[in-house]
Write a protein that binds this ligand. Sequence first.
Ligand SMILES: *[C@@H]1O[C@H](CO)[C@@H](O)[C@H](O)[C@H]1NC(C)=O
Ligand SMILES: *[C@@H]1O[C@H](CO)[C@@H](O)[C@H](O)[C@H]1NC(C)=O
Length: 615
Amino acid sequence: MAAAVHFHFHLFLLSTILSFSSLFSIDPENEALLKLKKSFATSDSLSSWVPNQNPCSSKWDGVICNKNVITNLHLSDKGLSGKIDIEALMQIPSLRSISLINNKFSGPMPEFNKLGALKAIYLTKNQFSGPIPSDFFSGLGSLKKIWISNNNFSGNIPDSLRKLKFLNELHLENNVFSGPVPEFDHDIKSLNMSNNKLQGAIPASMVKFGANSFSGNDELCGKPLDKDCDLEPKSGMSWTVKIIIIIVIAAVVAIAFIFMKSRRRINDDFSARSSENHNQNNRVNVVQVHVPSSDHNRGSEHSTKRGSESKKGSSRSGGMGDLIMLNDEKGVFGLPDLMKAAAEVLGNGGLGSAYKAAMANGMSVVVKRMREMNKVSRDIFDAEMRRFGRLRHPNILTPLAYHYRREEKLFVTEYMPKGSLLYVLHGDRGISHAELKWPTRLNIVKGIARGLGFLYSEFSSEDLPHGNLKSSNVLLTENYEPLLSDFAFHALINPSYSVQTMFAYKTPDYVQHQTISQKTDVYCLGIIILEMITGKFPSQYHSNGKGGTDVVHWVFTSICDRKEEDLIDPELKSNTSSHNQMLQLLQVGAACTESNPEQRLSMKEAIRRIEEIQV
Ligand SMILES: *[C@@H]1O[C@H](CO)[C@@H](O)[C@H](O)[C@H]1NC(C)=O
Ligand SMILES: *[C@@H]1O[C@H](CO)[C@@H](O)[C@H](O)[C@H]1NC(C)=O
C-alpha cells in the first residue's frame, strides 16, 4: 500500500472520448501556448511544451483540458518569471482558470482583463506590485475566484470588484492595499483582506467575515475587530471629518439597501443559476474543491469560515462540520486543507463524483461525494466508518477520512497514480495493456481473491460483503498489487439508490430473479476474471448492455465448441508455456459466472481454485 491510490470510475470512458477526439482535431492552441512559454524568462519547468503536439492529448505539464479543449492553466510552483503574453492567452477562448501561484512574477497586474471568460485567477505568492486600475474587473463578469494574496499590490481595492456578481472567493491578504474596505453588492463566501494597510471603518455588512479576515490593518476599526472607531483616542480626525464620514456611510448603507431590494429578483435568479454553475464546474477538469462544511444552523453551502474554525486534523469530537480522520497512517489533514487543494475531476461514476485533491502539504487524495447514504443513523454510520478505518489488508484500500452531512457524505482515500484495473486494461490507447503480462494478471486475480477472502470474513453476515466489485473499483499500486475499493457500502446506501448504482444489481441474480446474495459477488469476480483473460471490455459494465463484449456468453459458447484458445487475449498468446494456467483460470471464471447461483461456485471455493493455480 505504499503507492497512492486512485478511483477511476468512468475515467476509461472519458479518456476514450479524449483520445478519439484528439485524432480528429488539429491544435490551434499549441502555438499560443508556445508563445506564452516564450514570454516567460525562465521556463525550464515547461519542457513538456514542445512544437507539433496537441497540448491536451500529449498531457503538457500544467495544461488541463476538458473534452480536448484547454480549460485551465495550472502553472503553480514552476519557478516562472518574466512577462505573461496575454495576447497569446487570448487565442485560447476556452480558458476559464489560470493559476500562477508561487512563482517569481513581478511588475504590475497583467492584463488579464482582456480574457473576459475567466472564472478564476490565482496569483498568490508572487511579487506583483503597484495599484490595480479601479475598473480592472469590469470586463470580467464571470469571475468567481480571485486569489492575489502574498504579493505587493498597493493602492485602493479596485471598485469594480464590488460589481462581480458571481464572485465567491476574494483573497487579498498580505499585500499593501490602502484606503477603505469596499462593500459588496452580493454575498461572498470566502474573503480575506488581512495584513494590508486598509483604513477606516469596516462596513457593517462585512462584519460577518470575522476578525481573521481583517486583522493586520493598523488603521481599520469597528466590528469585527476589537478596535472601536469612536473611542479611538489618538484619531487625528476632526469632528467635522468624522460626521461627514458617518453621513457618507449612512448614505452608502441606505443606497445599498435600496439597491439590494431592487435586485432581489435578480439575486433569486442567481441562486438558481449558481447551482447550475456548480454542476458545470464538475465538468471542468480543475476546480477548487468546494467541500461543503457544517450546516447545522444555516444552509450555507460553502462556509469557509466555519471550515477554518473546525479543528485542523484528526478530530475525534465528531462535530457536524468536521472531517473525521479514520486512518492517519498517511498523514493528518482537515477540511480547510481539502478546501484549499487544487482539484481535478476524476469522473462521475457509480456512487458519486470523485475528485483528486492535491493538498498544499504535497499529499494527494481522492475525495468522493456520496449521495443517498442515509440507510443508517449518524451514529451507526460513524461506527461503520471507524470500522472501515481499522481494516488492514494488503489488498484492501482503507479509507483515510470522512465527512458527514445529511445530504451528502465525503469519503477520502489515498490517490493512486496508476489508476484502476479497468483503466490499465482498456484505457489510454492500450499502452499500459501490453504491460499486463500473464504473471502480473494472475497475481492481480490472486490479490483480488485474497482481498475478497478478507472482506468475506470481516463482513461475513452481509448479503454483499463487497457489492460493487468491478475492474474500475480495483486500484493498482506501482507494483500492480490490486486494492479493492468501494466495498461493503450496501448496508449504508439507500436501497433504491443501491439498485440504480451498485454493480451487484446489474447481474442476472437481480435483473432476472430480483435477489442478491453472497453468490452475486462471486458473479462479479467472474466478470473480472473473464475480462482479464480475454482483454475485452465486458458489456456487463454498460448499464444498457450496449457496447463491449458479452464475455459471459462468448466464454460459454467457446467452451461448448471447444475453442477455448480463441478466448485468450492476443497480448497473452505468445506466452505459450502458461496456456494451461490461463485455461485453468478461465474455467474458474466460467464457473463463477454461471447464471444460476445454485450452480455457481461459492466465494470460498472460487478463492481456493484461484490459489491453486501455480504461477
Ligand atoms: C513592496 O513595495 C514596497 C513599496 O511599496 C517596497 O518598499 C518593497 O520593497 C516591496 N517588496 C517587494 C518584496 O517587492
Ligand atoms: C487571512 O489571512 C491571514 C494571513 O495569511 C490568516 O492568518 C488568516 O487566518 C486568514 N483569514 C481567513 C478568514 O482565512
